[in-house]
Design a protein around this ligand. Structure first.
Ligand SMILES: [Zn+2]
Length: 448
């Protein structure tokens, strides 16, 4: 699987950044499947044109439904081409033919399905007014020589595809642009609906009309202001105009749930629960945090990313620290000290068990956020006498970057140049190496 969304439930713990460029699929010279997702009257259909003969075509993304752990496609799709069936073999949904090869052209009818999958993107996001977004990545298939070959397979293969979407001339929003046909949608969502946008909007914000009024009001102002603020601090990011889709899943659930996922260029939020009907400081903070952290990744994550996931402290810690600064600006009562104290506690606990690089192999993603935000704070403090802060440091990383990737060593060198003392750089190196009582090193790093 190329990259997976990490779902946020109530509290943010992890998210996906450093996604591969979408263009990797679209190599002109090699044969590629051609897929058209289209709306005909009230019906959604998809027409697959395969680039090769094969007895089985398997779906690269074949995650099961979160509830029930069954395949989602049979619930949503109906094959219209005679002699072709959609079945499950091993870990994959596949098209198979009654005999011989799957025909080169297969058409299905589908009912967009807005349900959670296990560690993959919801096939569709459906808003209260019936407008929706469809995820293109679920239309990638690869050929297999037999059913047995698929049965034995554990990892999907990649096979090039051009996936387009059109809704009979209705307006779409794709990569922040209004179009009537979206091409090469790859691993992204396309929103089917009309969005009023002015050329200088830094982000396209799509708000479910069913959202409680206070949430829409807050998001309508907050979302563009976060992107504008980051742009003023760190310069332009390299993505197209970002999109935010906030959907409302209703108030049947007694508590509150703020979930979401991130694809290149798009932040999706899914809000739900009776407790969200009224504004509370907690709910507002969680929402702001979600937007600010994910918005920060358009700079630290997508414009420049880490060199390896072992160095996720660069992007996750940085995004967390930037989000904390935004939270403070948005609400002077926000407790930034408590946030940093949590980071300190979690970083100390993580480093007692081993190195920071290895944290993900210990299943401790939180370590990257916690320790990384402490390192960002050290940089921020070093800039303060000159009236500079961590965002200036990130701007410098972006401006001096050649390949879109920052290694830990490059980050440390830049931090030294930004004014972090040699002694404190050594502290950070010690902390990254881990396996120690980190508390004294952190105090020395962040003390006056
Ligand atoms: Zn993140």
């Amino acid at each position: 699987m190329k990259f997976l969304p990490v779902l946020f439930l109530s509290l943010l713990t992890a998210c996906s950044v450093n996604s591969p460029p979408r263009e990797t699929r679209a190599v002109a010279a090699t044969p590629a499947n051609d897929v058209l997702i289209f709306r005909e009257g009230d019906e959604w259909k998809a027409r697959f044109r395969f680039a090769a003969d094969a007895p089985v075509w398997a779906f690269e993304r074949s995650a099961l439904l979160q509830v029930g752990e069954t395949p989602w496609r049979p619930e949503s799709w109906e094959v219209l081409t005679p002699g072709v069936s959609l079945v499950r073999i091993g870990d994959f949904d596949v098209f198979v033919a009654a005999k011989g090869h799957v025909p080169r052209e297969v058409t299905i009818r589908f009912q967009p399905l807005a349900k959670d999958l296990i560690a993959d993107y919801d096939p569709a996001i459906i808003l209260s007014d019936g407008t929706l977004a469809i995820y293109g990545g679920h239309y990638n298939l690869f050929p297999a020589e037999s059913r047995e070959a698929v049965e034995a397979l554990r990892e999907p293969r990649e096979y090039p595809a051009h996936i387009s979407l059109t809704a009979g001339g209705a307006p779409l929003l794709f990569e922040g642009r209004r179009v009537t046909r979206a091409d090469d949608i790859g691993d992204n969502y396309v929103y089917i609906g009309d969005v009023a946008l002015s050329p200088d909007d830094p982000v396209a914000t799509i708000l479910d009309p069913g959202l409680p009024g206070w949430i829409s009001a807050r998001l309508r102002d907050f979302t563009p202001s976060v992107f504008r603020g980051f742009e003023a601090e760190m310069g332009p990011h390299k993505s197209n105009r970002p999109m935010v889709i906030a959907s409302w899943a209703g108030a049947d659930f007694a508590g509150s749930s703020t979930g979401g996922s991130v694809t290149p260029g798009l932040i999706t939020m899914r809000l739900e629960g009776k407790q969200l009907m009224k504004e509370t400081p907690d709910a507002l903070n969680r929402m702001r945090w979600f937007i600010a952290h994910e918005a920060a990744h358009f700079w630290l994550g997508q414009t420049i990313g880490y060199a390896t996931p072992d160095e996720a402290w660069i992007t996750e810690g940085g995004a967390d620290f930037l989000a904390m600064q935004v939270a403070l600006r948005a609400d002077p009562a926000y407790d930034g000290k408590a946030f940093m104290a949590d980071a300190r506690g979690d970083c100390v606990a993580a480093l007692a068990k081993g190195s920071l690089a290895d944290a993900r192999r210990r299943n401790d993603q939180r370590a990257y956020y916690a320790c990384g935000s402490l390192f960002a704070q050290a940089v921020d403090k070093a800039g303060q006498p000159r009236g500079k802060g961590f965002p200036d440091f990130v701007r410098g990383l972006i401006e001096s970057d050649a390949d879109g990737k920052v290694t830990g060593a490059e980050w440390l060198k830049a931090a030294r140049a930004f004014g972090v003392s040699a002694d404190r750089i050594t502290r950070i190196e010690t902390l990254i190496a881990g396996n120690l009582d980190a508390a004294p090193a952190i105090d020395a790093l962040l003390g006056d």
